[in-house]
Write a new protein. Structure first.
Length: 445
């Protein structure tokens, strides 16, 4: 069953596009399908979507699949033929030109038999389509107004209380186990070098990296784990395990903001009717939001993206994060620095330089909900009350600390440190336990 994650629920006005502009054809879907059927043999899987043989199938360099080539007549963009293969792009472009040309001819023929009033209406729609829309841009005032009082109340404790799995006691392995299905052949590529082919493959590699010079990433879409020839590489055929052809499921869409203040961003995100699977920090200033969409194919994923694009950019989402095969931060790993752009004093050219942080940043997991439903986090009844629970355990725990192993102390310390920003007592206990851990490790050295 496909979840209508983006289109369900209430959205404020600025999160919706201009429907008149996005209405790309004035023909009915029945008449549009009739035009298409006169051109190609299409198996229609819905009112507006169909499967067909690729016009450039003879140029494919990898094995064909039954669902590789689709035709889409609706969805916020012109009628489009799309093929998953890249080697047939010229033939697909020619077919798209023919498709839109024939639809345009039919539209003109139909308009010729209409009354002057209807012809004028159709002309107005066409003129609206030709007017380019202003691209959406970040608007902090709209974000601030939408976030409202939640900007002051949403913090690590607030989110943990509504999380299905307590984020303060969740390892990177636990996180991946909650969201992916190795029994279905799904694997996750993990990176400490952003542009590599990955330094680990979960769940095959039992010891995942937990720290990196610039942090630790994972590929949001599950993959097969196999290296396949990349038809888009230069030269073509380089092996990759992080491209669209390797994806096993188009499950997630990443929302990330480098522009918006974190509290405002979180205050807005928790009110949106999205299937939010996880929220975590980058180890620096941004907060990542992993939205579950469960798209059947990449084209469906692109439609989900289009439906989100305008409003989420207005709220501060980065355009670059809305890509289908995307790296995102692996929670509860350490990040030691970042690449920054500086001007080389010799050449006066902008270059990238590594900048270490004053202290390591934690890519902190804030919220985790496997297979979420379409509802806002703000509407969820709290499942726990973490601060009173932790503070209430301090007295009993103090009598047992000297009996704990360094590993047990580290797990306990990370739980208290997780909520140090919301509780002075938790912060104090975390600091004391950190000293005990250092002493214990020194004794075992």
């Amino acid at each position: 069953m496909r979840h209508e994650s983006v289109r369900s629920g209430w959205w404020p006005p600025f999160l919706s596009g201009n429907s008149a502009i996005h209405q790309m054809s004035s023909l009915s879907l029945d008449k549009s399908r009739a035009v298409v059927d006169s051109l190609w043999a299409v198996t229609w899987v819905s009112e507006s979507d169909g499967l067909m043989e690729c016009p450039g199938a003879s140029r494919h360099t990898t094995k064909d699949g039954a669902r590789d080539c689709r035709i889409m007549l609706d969805g916020g963009k012109p009628p489009t033929i799309h093929c998953l293969h890249a080697s047939c792009s010229a033939e697909v472009d020619a077919a798209n030109f023919r498709l839109r040309s024939e639809l345009g001819k039919e539209e003109r023929r139909e308009a010729g038999g209409q009354s002057p009033e209807i012809r004028n209406q159709r002309s107005e729609v066409r003129s609206q389509r030709k007017e380019p829309e202003d691209p959406p841009s970040y608007d902090e005032e709209k974000l601030r107004a939408f976030a409202g009082d939640y900007a002051a109340t949403v913090d690590a404790a607030w989110l943990a209380n509504r999380s299905v799995i307590d984020p303060s006691s969740c390892t990177a392995h636990d996180f991946l186990s909650a969201l992916y299905h190795p029994e279905r052949g799904e694997k996750v590529v993990v990176f400490t070098q952003e542009y590599s082919q990955g330094e680990a493959l979960w769940p095959d590699d039992k010891n995942l990296p937990t720290r990196g010079r610039e942090g630790v990433w994972f590929l949001a879409q599950p993959v097969s784990g196999e290296f396949l020839p990349n038809p888009r590489s230069i030269p073509p055929g380089k092996l990759s395990r992080r491209m669209a052809e390797c994806v096993r499921a188009w499950r997630f869409l990443l929302l990330e903001s480098d522009n918006a203040p974190a509290r405002l961003w979180l205050g807005a995100v928790v009110q949106l009717p999205l299937r939010i699977a996880a929220i975590y920090t980058s180890g620096s200033r941004s907060v990542h939001v992993l939205v579950q969409v469960d798209a059947k194919v990449k084209e469906d994923w692109e439609r989900e993206k289009s439906a989100l694009l305008r409003g989420m950019i207005t709220l501060g989402a980065c355009r670059g994060s809305l890509s289908s095969v995307r790296l995102t931060r692996l929670p509860n790993c350490l990040r030691f620095g970042k690449q920054t752009e500086v001007v080389d004093p010799t050449t006066q050219q902008k270059v990238k330089r590594y900048q270490p942080f004053p202290k390591p940043g934690l890519q902190k997991l804030l919220y985790l909900c496997p297979n979420p439903s379409v509802r806002s986090i703000a509407s969820i009844v709290p499942r726990r009350d973490v601060i009173p629970e932790l503070e209430g355990s301090i007295k009993a725990l103090s009598l047992e600390l000297d009996q704990k192993s360094p590993e047990e102390l580290e797990r306990l310390q990370s739980r208290f440190a997780h909520f140090g920003g919301q509780s002075d007592r938790c912060k104090t206990v975390a600091a004391e336990m950190e000293e005990m851990i250092s002493a214990a490790k020194g004794a075992h050295a």
